[in-house]
Design a protein around this ligand. Structure first.
Ligand code: IVH
Length: 678
């Protein structure tokens, strides 16, 4: 390992270059993962990373433990080593009611000499996996699971793959040795995305975010951990050597944040028991909208001196307690099991339930995912079942409660025909799914295809809701999305609950939707496995529809992040005669989009480096970045001698001064817009 000091005194050309790249990557990584405020496009970050990997490969002696290249995950381990915690990792006592929290506060005050009120640090209780991470002289050297509290497993390599965990601390004044503790979790969005993609590849899906986080960290192959969307919030210090810490929990959190750790943004300080209970209700109400799973809140006596006075009982501190939320599970019974046909023909079993109140809403349907899952859980009509609802996730059947002596109905068998069109279904070997292969000839798929086409992220046809689409398909007025543009006001006015005025409005909305963008249009087509990101990548790569329509699977695979399976789906979609006819009709009806700027390294801005600062009024920062990249230019986050232009929007800050001191050209937004138009 090259220590920072040595590198600084004896830096040669490549060493200096490596240090600069590492600094830039640390900075951009911190802005992106910890602050959620990237300054450069992902492509720029990837480019810096590739440069650093190449440099470290050519000069292995330059690779340091804190290099951002270490995040990608090294060679698999044979087994995890054991690590003894220098200070045991305790657990928390639980409270399940306000009374139990009152009791806790009363005991705390009594032991502290009966003050009228005690201040608490209140934090969400994250539902993930507790870990300990040790830094020496600011560099991450070791990470461990909690294990039994005394000894955990050495998961250093896996922890290093978590982008939000600094490999090197920011700021200054860190202790010589700093152990921090926190919770690794999988954000809900990442969990859902991971499962969608795994299902599309026909791979096993993760059961829930908590197990997903735990499973991801227990991989012997760090490359698997690296591929999982993990995040971490730090909530405490463990062993610390060489520096006095602040004297309050809230100040410790603040200090940790300054050193580059992610702290749960929902943490808060209150002055008394009442504040704790109010916090509990507030977080409880926000729970379903939080991007991560929690199972309660934690109250910690804020003053460290008081914590020390209170001490521990067996495995838990006397100065903290977890106030748990009631589990979001409920009992119900299965009225029926139906098969829903999705947009791409997949048959999903859905349990129709006795309505039951779970996690703030009444649930009367729950997914059983697929036939294999249904068989594994052996859910039958009439069964008593446990229903779970987590956040915004679709409610699911957790398990059946078998009541002894009670006769059950027959096991569910896989349908042989499609419940919508009656044609035989196929078992898709790729995805272990049942599938109706009739495409838009099947009414259910036709409806889903058109709903998707009109949806917000696709053509965004205002006022065309699901019920209307169903009516239009049932009335035989719509067979493909292209039929939408031929609907007359009179036809629309015939529909149930549709007046003359709303018909005019909807007709106008359909006409407005003709003006779209190529990525939206490609997404709207509903090609299997083509989500918004893939649609954007295809649009950028082919720049227009013609090139994509003519491309074969090999050419489509040249698009970044498009693999053989997706490429085959795309090719098949455009080869299909009915789809060709539909595309022809869509174009003929006047659907249109502005030309896509092609990605190029030979554009008008080739070799030019732009820095964006302040708020632009006519476009978003992403749009400006895309416009620059599309013309072959580069966008950088900081002004240097290499910068060609600083584009200054409203309220531009220190970057302007920097530009002035270096003599870099500053242009206002309108001049930039003029450059783009040229
Ligand atoms: S403090 C001595 N703070 O809860 C204090 N723990 O039952 C111990 N947890 O193993 C931990 N969020 O995994 C603390 N904000 C938070 C927490 C939290 C989740 C978990 C942690 C720990 C368990 C204790």
């Amino acid at each position: 390992m090259v220590s920072g000091k040595k590198a600084a005194t004896s830096a040669t050309g490549p060493a200096r270059k490596a240090r600069k790249l590492r600094d830039a990557l640390h900075r951009h990584g911190y802005l992106y993962y910890s602050l959620d405020a990237p300054e450069v496009p992902d492509a720029e970050y990837d480019c810096l990373m590739r440069e650093l990997v190449a440099l470290e490969t050519a000069h292995p002696e330059l690779c340091s433990a804190d290099s951002p290249t270490q995040r990608v995950g090294g060679a698999p381990l044979a087994a995890f080593g054991q690590l003894k915690h220098r200070i045991p990792m305790l657990s928390l006592d639980n409270a399940f009611s306000d009374e139990q929290v009152q009791e806790f506060d009363r005991r705390v005050r009594e032991r502290l000499g009966a003050p009228a009120a005690v201040g608490y640090s209140c934090e969400p209780k994250l539902d993930g996996l507790a870990v300990s991470v040790t830094y020496e002289r600011g560099v991450l050297v070791q990470g461990a699971t909690r294990g039994d509290g005394e000894t955990g497993e050495d998961i250093t390599q896996n922890l290093k793959t978590i982008a939000a965990l600094p490999l090197k601390l920011r700021g200054a004044g860190w202790p010589r040795v700093l152990e921090v503790r926190g919770e690794v979790f999988m954000p809900l969005a990442g969990f859902e995305k991971f499962n969608r993609e795994a299902a599309a590849r026909g791979e096993k899906t993760l059961v829930n975010p908590r197990n997903a986080a735990a499973g991801s960290l227990r991989q012997l192959d760090p490359r698997i951990s690296a591929s999982r969307p993990l995040d971490i919030f730090i909530y405490a210090c463990g062993y610390v050597e060489g520096r006095q810490l602040p004297r309050r929990q809230s100040e410790i959190l603040h200090m940790l944040m300054k050193w580059g750790f992610r702290i749960c943004p929902q943490s808060s300080v209150v002055g008394s028991l009442e504040g704790c209970l109010a916090y509990y209700r507030e977080i409880g109400a926000a729970r379903a909208t939080l991007p991560y799973q929690i199972d309660g809140v934690v109250y910690k006596v804020n003053e460290l001196a008081s914590q020390e006075k209170l001490g521990f009982v067996s495995r838990a501190p006397r100065w903290a307690i977890a106030h748990k939320f009631p589990a979001e599970e409920a009992l119900s019974s299965v009225r029926d099991i139906e098969w829903q046909v999705g947009r791409t023909g997949t048959l999903t079993p859905v349990a129709r339930l006795e309505p039951v109140f779970v996690g703030g809403v009444t649930v009367s349907n729950a997914t059983l995912h697929n036939f294999d899952e249904l068989s594994r859980k052996d859910v039958r009509i009439g069964d008593k079942v446990v229903i779970r609802r987590a956040g915004d996730v679709i409610p699911e059947v957790v398990r059946v409660i078998i009541e002894r002596g009670l006769r059950r109905s027959a096991p569910i068998v896989a349908p042989v025909t499609c419940p919508s069109c009656g044609e035989p279904v196929a078992r898709d070997p790729e995805q272990a799914a049942l599938r109706c292969l009739r495409g838009r000839l099947c009414p259910a798929q036709r409806k889903e295809e058109i709903k998707h086409f009109a949806s917000r992220r696709a053509l965004d046809i205002h006022g065309l809701g699901d019920k209307l689409v169903e009516q239009l398909v049932d009335a035989n007025l719509l067979r493909t999305p292209a039929d939408l543009f031929g609907l007359s006001v009179a036809q629309l006015a015939q529909l149930e609950r549709m007046g003359e005025k709303s018909a005019h409005k909807l007709h106008a909305a359909i006409a407005t939707a003709k003006r779209t963008t190529l990525p939206r249009f490609l997404y709207a087509l509903g090609i299997r496995d083509v989500g918004e990101a893939t649609a954007l990548a295809l649009a950028q790569h082919f720049a227009g529809l013609a090139g994509l329509r003519a491309a074969d699977a090999d050419a489509i695979q040249q698009v970044p992040d498009v693999g053989p399976v997706v490429a085959a789906h795309v090719e098949a979609f455009f080869r299909d005669r009915d789809n060709q006819a539909m595309l022809g009709r869509l174009i003929a009806s006047g659907i249109d989009w502005p030309a896509m700027p092609a990605r190029t390294s030979a554009g008008r801005f080739a070799g030019q480096v732009f820095v964006l600062t302040g708020t632009l009024s006519g476009m978003t920062r992403i749009e400006a970045q895309q416009a620059i990249i599309a013309r072959g230019g580069k966008v950088s986050g900081s002004v240097s001698k290499k910068t060609h232009y600083v584009v200054a929007g409203a309220d531009a800050g220190s970057k302007l001064a920097k530009a002035a001191s270096l003599g870099v050209t500053v242009i206002a937004e309108d001049a930039f817009a003029a450059m783009l138009r040229k």
